[in-house]
Ligand binder design. Structure first.
Ligand code: ATP
Ligand code: MG
Ligand code: MG
Ligand code: MG
Length: 439
């Protein structure tokens, strides 16, 4: 992509409304435009990151056996009356009437709708386990929308729903999602810690929030330092092997970790001071087993091997892709801007032509642009007539992992400079070597 043809509305000044660094940098880097309270347009650069984040989530959901669907955003109140949640949900739900005066709502979540899909088609235990997910916009009329996409009112969510014959099956489904989440966040360069979360009236221990430690986090969390060194399950993890998956969950739930509501002072007191991490955290994911909470009132049942009918045992599993973008920036930036992990970077390489119009600079940049692109690299080619200082600042701000810089002196010698955004290391290489470095 040539920057001269791109839409990258960089802000020079720090926007006053932004209280935290991720919000500030997303606005300054031209990733988002606020449209209303808690609602945002994803501009081209932001949209590219969002797509990368969603793709990682999708790949890891699929790997764990979940199947992608897409449910509507607007739902009928009827379904929510069946579960009893229409009245319970309160002011966070945006309620709408259609032209026939029917009560509708903009979905804050989809348990009812997916249970309706399930009960329509699935009648036998032989069709289980089943896990359906979608990546869809949600609306929650938050009391305090703030920090940009970190707490929006309209935000994207990946929500998965598992259906099993009994608790044992549901627990295995829960474990698969647990492990899938470990891989998902690690692939985004994040250290996410699963923490015991409140299960409310459902009870049991099957609820975990996945938390990124960050000063700007809205929750107070407590955990053992051991989490920082635990190995993340690899690509060869066998999601069909319940024992293997169970062992990983066991390992990742053994050290102490709890959110504020679940914090146990007595257990905490047993951990040596030096091993304690008491910090602020950002909830990027949440998995929850709730058994028959919806299947019973909504009559979602299957025939078991015993010939009897059983209400299915369910769980739900959420991740916030839009919030994740902010969380990744909170975890990875410096005073000059964002530092994208390679896996979610909007482009791989910033190609900077320091002197467009100089025949050698143009020729070498064109060559690098086409060969790097042909090698599968996404290149953002700064071919604008901005001054070099401005170009460097833009490249640092938008945080692409690599910068390839071509100036008149180097060009005359057939050389270009390669800069690593994260370490700041620079290397001058012959143009041919730049290509082989990325190919
Ligand atoms: P929070 O405690 O931050 O209000 P929640 O517990 O209400 O979140 P869940 O219902 O568990 O959220 O939703 C699943 C995921 O959706 C969350 O873990 C988070 O990543 C994301 N999410 C929830 N609310 C928002 C929001 N207002 N803006 C952006 N992402 C959100
Ligand atoms: Mg909430
Ligand atoms: Mg929460
Ligand atoms: Mg939650």
């Amino acid at each position: 992509m040539r920057l001269s043809r791109y839409f990258l509305p960089i802000l020079k000044e720090n926007p006053r409304e932004a209280e935290i660094v991720s919000h500030r940098l997303m606005l300054r880097a031209g990733m988002i435009r606020q449209q209303g309270q808690g609602s945002f347009t994803m501009l081209p650069l932001g949209k590219r990151v969002l797509d990368k984040v969603c793709q990682i989530i999708r790949e890891e959901q699929n790997r764990a056996g979940a199947l992608e669907i897409l449910m509507p955003t607007i739902q009928s109140a009827e379904l929510w009356r069946e579960s009893g949640r229409y009245d319970d949900y309160g002011k966070e739900m945006l309620r709408i009437k259609d032209r026939q005066e029917r009560d509708m709502l903009y979905g804050p979540t989809n348990e009812e709708m997916v249970t309706d899909v399930f009960r329509t088609y699935v009648k036998s235990y032989k069709d289980l386990p089943l896990n359906l997910y979608h990546i869809q916009w949600k609306f929650r009329d938050e009391v305090r929308p703030r920090f940009g996409v970190m707490r929006g009112r309209e935000f994207l969510m990946k929500d998965a729903y598992s259906f099993d014959l009994d608790y044992e099956g549901a627990k295995a489904a829960y474990n698969r999602m647990f492990v899938s989440y470990l891989r998902t966040f690690a692939r985004m360069g994040l250290q996410a810690i699963p923490m015991r979360a409140d299960t409310g009236p459902i009870g049991g221990d099957l609820s975990h929030e996945f938390i990124i430690l960050a000063e700007t986090g809205e929750s107070q969390v407590f955990c053992h330092k051991d989490f920082l060194g635990l190995p993340v399950p690899g690509e060869s993890t066998d999601f069909d092997n319940d024992a293997e998956i169970g062992d990983i969950v066991q390992e990742w739930t053994t050290p102490y970790a709890a959110t504020d509501e679940m914090h146990d002072e007595a257990a905490w007191a047993n951990i040596p001071d030096a091993d304690r991490l008491s910090a602020r955290g950002i909830e990027v994911g949440h998995i929850f087993h709730f058994g028959e909470k919806y299947s019973k009132p909504m009559n979602a049942k299957v025939q078991g091997p015993d010939g009897k009918e059983h209400f299915v045992s369910m769980g739900s599993y959420g991740i916030g892709p839009t919030r994740l973008i902010a969380a990744i920036i909170e975890a990875s930036h410096d005073e000059n801007g964002i530092i994208w992990p390679e896996s979610v970077a909007p482009f791989d390489v910033a190609l900077i032509n320091m002197k467009p119009g100089d025949a050698e600079c143009d020729r070498i940049c064109d060559q690098l642009y086409s060969t790097l692109s042909a090698a599968g690299k996404d290149v953002l080619y700064d071919d604008t007539d901005q001054r070099p200082g401005g170009k460097f600042a833009t490249a640092d701000l938008i945080g692409l992992p690599w910068q390839v810089i071509v100036g008149p002196r180097g060009a005359a010698a057939g050389e270009a400079e390669v800069k690593n955004r994260r370490t700041g290391e620079r290397e001058t290489l012959p143009v041919g070597a730049v290509l082989s470095r990325f190919a």
